[in-house]
Design a protein around this ligand. Structure first.
Ligand SMILES: C[S@@+](CC[C@H](N)C(=O)[O-])C[C@H]1O[C@@H](n2cnc3c(N)ncnc32)[C@H](O)[C@@H]1O
Length: 212
């Protein structure tokens, strides 16, 4: 188990940056859907559907969408777990959750406002967890991964989507985009998710796709 012991200096730095994340996403919430469309040209649906597929979900499963934002992953998860399943969306930003609530309407999804690094769920609660486009944003990503491992059932699956630095012909415009996104969306492209995830989980597949 990865030992997470922040120093007092780290705690103050984290407190500041998590506030920045919260303010950024509270502000962005009404436009998040549009921003997502512009950034991915609608191609994110492919990644979201693919990762939901890899979770091996069955009707009736309990799924946690950690840092769920405005619920863009929900349709893909609900399609798999059907009405007998339980879907729980957690996010830090009440404004993002407000948008999520509008999206889900009367569908039976539970939304919880919480810091992903401090979850109030019992150990081994969920059959699967999805974390899309958050671990490179949230300051305490190591602790978030540890919490995900704690609340996931043994043999449960976790799916993680995260932005990577553009390469190839997109490298030059990519540098500008990367800098802009780091400032606006608080993405830290240097975060090594694979290394951190492999401390808690067996990595079954690691794929690079356009933008994610
Ligand atoms: C880029 S958005 C991604 C939202 C959604 N998962 C998606 O794929 O569209 C990042 C989300 O992570 C949330 N977030 C960041 N740090 C968090 C934390 N520590 N706990 C819970 N949510 C967090 C933000 O509020 C925001 O909604």
């Amino acid at each position: 188990m990865y030992a997470y012991e922040p120093s007092m200096k780290d705690v103050f730095r984290m407190a500041k940056t998590i506030r920045e994340v919260l303010v950024a996403y509270d502000r962005a919430a009404p436009l998040y859907g549009l921003m997502n469309q512009v950034y991915f040209f609608g191609r994110d649906k492919r990644f979201r559907s693919m990762v939901a597929e890899k979770l091996n979900l069955k009707p009736g499963d309990a799924v946690l969408d950690l840092c769920c934002g405005t619920a863009l992953d929900f349709p893909f998860l609900l399609q798999k777990i059907k009405t007998q399943g339980t879907l729980l969306g957690v996010d830090l930003s009440s404004e993002m959750l407000k948008q999520a609530k509008k999206e889900i309407g009367s569908k039976g999804v539970h939304l919880v406002r919480s810091d992903a690094a401090h979850l109030a769920f019992r150990d081994k609660t969920f059959d699967a967890i999805l974390i899309s486009f958050c671990l490179k944003i949230t300051p305490a990503y190591e602790k978030t991964i540890e919490e995900a491992a704690r609340v996931l059932k043994p043999a449960g699956r976790i799916g993680v989507l995260g932005n990577h630095k553009p390469s190839g012909p997109l490298r030059l415009p990519g540098i500008i985009l990367t800098k802009a996104l780091s400032a606006i969306a608080k993405i830290d492209f240097e975060t090594n998710l694979k290394e951190q995830l492999s401390k808690e989980f067996i990595i079954i597949e690691d794929r690079k796709m356009y933008g994610a």
